[in-house]
Design a protein around this ligand. Structure first.
Ligand code: KG4
Ligand code: ZN
Length: 397
């Protein structure tokens, strides 16, 4: 049995010990996890993710009904495996957590129905988790051997604590949001994309450049390989284009707008026109790679600048990064460097790379916190009777 220990980096409160079975099927990954919360630590007992990349690759994006078909095939297999390997029985599971939304409704229905069935059969409480909340709480899972700082038996450094207020930048295939949290399970969206999500923009860029699917990891791998200094760039671009400095090939949409919102569809269109007007770009791996680096930098410039602007206004003690795009090494690095430069007293927290992408461990962590902080409050309370998948689930639900 695999066992991994994490610390709950948060302020002291009385934490229940419990074992959580979690399910995630909001998009194109089927995931299950068994997580034990004990004495202020998370122990990941087991977790599995079954990816559907091969199914969706020919279409260049996720096809909802094909995703549901794969979830329907894979989820029972993963549940059977995790239950058998860990000898999960009615008497050793305390809570079931499942992604309730947002996401693709045919996909969400597979996970929520499985979770409701288990909750009914085992007579266990059930919590529906917002997918973005899962990404936020992936930051509360940290590799460490130290015990929980504020827990009675704990002794590790308090500097490791994630302190409120928190400003979270969540960037994934479906979301680009800046979220302010003054306490656990309290979310205020202070900025969001007006059109495409950051991950979606990466996916579309890869499609335009003929690089395959999913785009984020491929575009960033190309960018890493062929990145050159700005001065050495050999883009075949005209010298003067309105609103774009000569050192840049692509625009930074809404970089200077006074709000904390984002827009990425114009960036994608600029890339499309660049390739249309200079088809020889696609013939050279080097120039394609340089364009990938420029595209990646355009996204990062906007994300970093808006996050810093929001941080200056809301003065968080911690800035968190989360969502699939948080796997991007340059984004992780450049946001960290900027925070260190302009607000060195603010803690910067990024998730373990393997929990950046969709997984069920983060759903278990978020489900645990939701349960702990809201078990006596009705609106949060789900059972197998009333939990319903919701493609447009709102954050504070
Ligand atoms: O959170 P996630 O696994 O699924 C959603 O909730 O959407 O995020 C997937 C997104 C995809 O758009 C993928 O292209 C992007 O995250 N992504 C990346 C990287 N790895 C994954 N984007 C940029 N750089 C990466 N290294
Ligand atoms: Zn996600």
């Amino acid at each position: 049995m695999r066992e991994k220990t994490f610390i709950l980096y948060t302020k002291c409160f009385i934490l229940e010990n419990m074992q959580i079975l979690a399910i995630e099927t909001s998009c194109d990954d089927t995931a299950v996890a068994l997580v034990k919360a004990e004495k202020g630590n998370f122990f990941v007992m087991d977790d599995y993710v079954s990816s559907q990349t091969k199914t969706h690759a020919p279409f260049g994006g996720v096809v909802p009904n094909l995703a549901a078909r794969d979830h329907l095939k894979n989820l029972p297999l993963l549940l059977k495996k995790i239950i058998a390997k860990n000898k999960i029985r009615q008497n050793n599971v305390d809570l079931i957590a499942v992604t309730q939304g947002p996401g693709l409704i045919p996909a969400l229905l597979i996970g929520t129905n499985a979770a409701k069935t288990l909750a009914y059969a085992w007579k266990k409480p059930l919590v529906g988790v917002h997918h973005v909340v899962g990404h936020i709480y992936s930051n509360f899972l940290q590799d460490s051997t130290f015990p929980f700082p504020d827990y009675p038996s704990g002794n590790s450094s308090r500097s490791n604590l994630i302190r409120f207020p928190i400003l979270a930048l969540i960037v994934s295939g479906g979301h680009t949001e800046l979220i302010l949290m003054k306490k656990h399970m309290d979310f205020r969206i202070v900025g969001q994309t007006l059109d495409d999500a950051a991950g979606e923009a990466f996916d579309k860029a890869a499609k335009i450049l003929g690089l395959g699917y999913p785009g984020g990891p491929i575009v960033s791998a190309y960018a890493d390989k062929f990145q050159t200094s700005a001065k050495a760039r050999i883009f075949p671009f005209p010298t003067k284009r309105p609103g774009i400095p000569q050192s840049q090939a692509l625009p930074r949409p809404m970089l200077n707008s006074p709000d904390f919102n984002f827009s990425f569809s114009g960036l994608k269109t600029a890339l499309l026109y660049t390739v249309r007007d200079h088809p020889r770009i696609l013939k050279s791996k080097k120039i394609t790679g340089e364009l990938c680096a420029e595209f990646q930098q355009a996204v990062i410039d906007v994300l970093v600048s808006k996050t810093i602007r929001a941080a200056k206004k809301f003065k968080p003690k911690t800035i968190l990064l989360g969502g699939g795009v948080s796997a991007n090494k340059e984004l992780r690095k450049q946001l960290g460097e900027k925070i260190k430069e302009v607000m060195p007293n603010t803690k910067y927290q990024i998730p373990d790379a393997k929990y950046s992408m969709d997984n069920a461990v983060m759903i278990a962590a978020a489900g645990y916190f939701k349960w702990e902080f809201s078990k006596n409050r009705k609106p949060f309370y789900n059972t197998w009777r009333n939990l319903e998948a919701d493609a447009n689930l709102r954050l504070n639900k």
